[in-house]
Design a protein around this ligand. Sequence first.
Ligand SMILES: [Zn+2]
Length: 415
Amino acid sequence: MQICRIGLDDTDHVEVGCTTSSFDHLLTEISSSMHCKVIERRLVRLWPFARRRTRGNGALGAILEIPDNGALDLKKICTEWFSNLLEQVRNHPPSVFEASPCLVITFDQTPESWYWDAVRKHVDSEKLLEDALQRDVIVLRTEPSFGVVGACAAISWENNANSSWELISWRDESRIGTQRILSPESVLDLEKTHPQTFLNRDPTKGKGMIAPRTPCPVLYGIRGSTNTAVESAHHWLQSREDVERSVSFAIHRTNQLSDDHIESSTSGTVTSLPEETKGGHASLSVFSSGRSVKLVAFSEGGPVNGLLRSLIPGDRITWSGLLSPDGSIHLEKIKLDFATARIVGRPLCCSRTMRSSGRGQGIRCLTCGRIERRSWQCVEFETKMGYSVGEWIEPTPSNRRHLSRPLSHGLPGTN
Ligand SMILES: [Zn+2]
């Protein structure tokens, strides 16, 4: 027997859900046509700024065990399946980007940098394709083949302590496009009875997060810390009356919640007041490691955006975020390390604010006439703003990236 890895990406541009379903069909095809054991399936999320990305920017992969003489059979099955896929893709309704599918097969170790580059920065698909072909990776593709980036990342990812699991279940074909049956109570109970699953719902919005909102074939996805936890959660959901029956499911090891897209957290001192742009997004400048950096917090960042807006020059912060192509940092998490005192006004006397009595003079109470040295009254940031110094802040669950590690899973550090 021999081990091989296959990877697939860019089969559709609506949601990753469709790629998961296509990939499931491929594995079913392989397993029914030749002797083959699927050792592990994988769902790998990639660089959130990739120009050609779906919302989740994910690629699919699998580790297979096939007979020593099975390589030609595998290649033949994959080639046939791939040409059928291209036929389907041609019939897709037009979209901003045409799907550019790529399926790769390798029997050798591929460079782990193929994964790290694809999760952290832009990758030139033409150069990668050349490299892959030189390494005897079998590449089935269209022209041009943007999908090669995700497909190669999927075969090169080495899971680590940060990897987690996602079980994806699919709907009966006749139901696709109709409302999914999944009661809010079932998702709430799922959370209570299956503590090893996570991100099932956003408690701040009271809404479920396991079902996609697009008309794709996915019924729901359950994320969790072990493969057994997500599987038992699925069977538990399927035993309920208020949950739609799924026709099939598969468990994927995934880099979701790994923070792999971020190199490390950084600290600096705020040098400007926040500027607000339309839509409630905010940005400001900080001085960090000898240079000025622009930090951006989108309104969807909720508490992250709120803290950024309340900062003033002199405050010191630590953040974790993603370098965007325009050079600014898009914040994912933020922590206030030191807060400059906030001036709230002149001191009070007789329940009223004391007033300046003129240039070079003291301040005076307009009621009792008392005069004092000129001064301002300050208040500590924490009292005024309701944020705590030293505490990490993150967006609400439904506004986090798939790749982002929740604070409940560990504090940001160096990856
Ligand atoms: Zn007074």
